[in-house]
Design a protein around this ligand. Sequence first.
Ligand SMILES: Cc1cc2nc3c(=O)[nH]c(=O)nc-3n(C[C@H](O)[C@H](O)[C@H](O)COP(=O)(O)OP(=O)(O)OC[C@H]3O[C@@H](n4cnc5c(N)ncnc54)[C@H](O)[C@@H]3O)c2cc1C
Length: 476
Amino acid sequence: MKRREFLTLSTITAAVTAATGAQENTSGTTRKSDDMAASYVTETEKRIPLAGDYDVCVLGGSCTGVFAAVRAAQMGAKVALVEKQNAFGGVATSGLVNVWHTLQDTEGKQTIIGGLTKEIIDRLGVIGAVAGKSDYRLNTEELKIELDKLALEHRVTPFLHTLYVAASIEGGCVKAVFIESKDGRQAIRAKVFVDATGDGDLARDAGIPFNVRDGLQPPTTCAKISSLPKGFPGLVAKYRNEFGLVEDRGWGGGIPGAPDGLQMCAYSHVFNTDACNARQLTTAEIEGRRQIRAMMDIARKYGGENNKPFLGSLASYIGVRETRSFKAQYMLTEDDVLHGKRFPDAIANGSYHVDVHDPVKGGFMFKNLNGTTVTVAPGGTTNGRWREPTAVNPTFYQIPFSTMVNRKVDNVIMAGRMISTDRGAFGGIRVMVNLNQVGEAAGVAAALSASGDKKVSDVDVQNVRGQLSKFGAVII
Ligand SMILES: Cc1cc2nc3c(=O)[nH]c(=O)nc-3n(C[C@H](O)[C@H](O)[C@H](O)COP(=O)(O)OP(=O)(O)OC[C@H]3O[C@@H](n4cnc5c(N)ncnc54)[C@H](O)[C@@H]3O)c2cc1C
């Protein structure tokens, strides 16, 4: 029997064993499997084909991941980009969330964000796929295509429909990652890895310590809906009991150039969900869609005779706000954000306020950069009129590179919502215009680490800042 056939056979045997809970021993008698007794199944050891050797491998292809891959490639690195969905963009495309916040400080005087965020806004602008001069509304489908183009223009090797599943680690260094796709299980070898999975799947496997905060911000299933009745949120608040909805509050808004008043709607919340728990994630997906159906039913029943609300599309997956938070060399705090602390290793700037969705009962808590707090109750009442801060000092905050690396692991850079923050800082930095810059910095640092054969935590951050600046980032 050829080795390949043998491996296949033994894998099938393991599956049958798992299903029946029994196996034949050498004497032909049936005994209870040790694996079943311990509630696990031993995977047969096998040789995994190599999908490629790269300088930099980026896991997760949201804008954060794509921007990391593109910057690494511009630095001369050979780059792989692995994404489990069929398109790049993450929450900004497959999740349907189409708002990018301002690229300026809170006074609207100083530009604090540039780089690939600005480039993508400009590129989408040419085809009318972006609206707004300060906060931007994007066409999520056009963004998917633009990200494809961007990655290919820079010779990034894309792996779509490909899930990162495990890593081969030796002495604090990730030697290779295992991926699964239609081709089966394969490995990618690289000198440096950027974890842009949002949840930090590689960082977890590499042993970087993390915590899951009590009271995670709840996920939301987004939808594109047209012909919603006037005062739709009020109708939902009034008739929610009849349709099994709890008191809550969300938001919705336009899509550039969309016909028939098609809107992006983020009105649902699935409370008490840890989206890194597979069971809870499954339950949340189904519950999120049920909530959308309930809201559609309210619109159909109480929206008036002339209204024909139409559910155009559902997000490919529920939009996850918060899961694991990792320990890096530095943890950014709410105080740092609210006081606009400056860092010598700053690689990104932000002016979006602290914004925490209540984990269990709907409503939000906002904190201004001048410290003013506004809570918005589920029913919509506030403890004060919300307004963007004006004439406050500081007018922006910074994200340092030290929130993205941990000395424990030589060659993994974290980029995205998993970077090291406390709850309040997370509420501010989590928005996309901020994390886009984190991605760009991760790409530059990864390429420098790979070419200089240096640990990621030993990369010269002033060099990273200099390169980012050359690429059009705003480095202050
Ligand atoms: C409903 C909702 C509304 C929001 N509203 C706004 C808003 O209006 N404006 C704003 O700026 N921000 C908003 N946010 C926050 C913002 O969208 C997120 O914080 C941000 O997108 C996180 O970026 P990320 O790159 O870390 O993760 P993600 O965008 O989640 O990207 C992670 C990527 O990694 C991929 N991935 C994950 N695991 C694996 C794996 N094992 N293998 C391969 N690929 C993997 C995912 O498919 C995804 O493409 C909102 C978030 C949600 C959920």
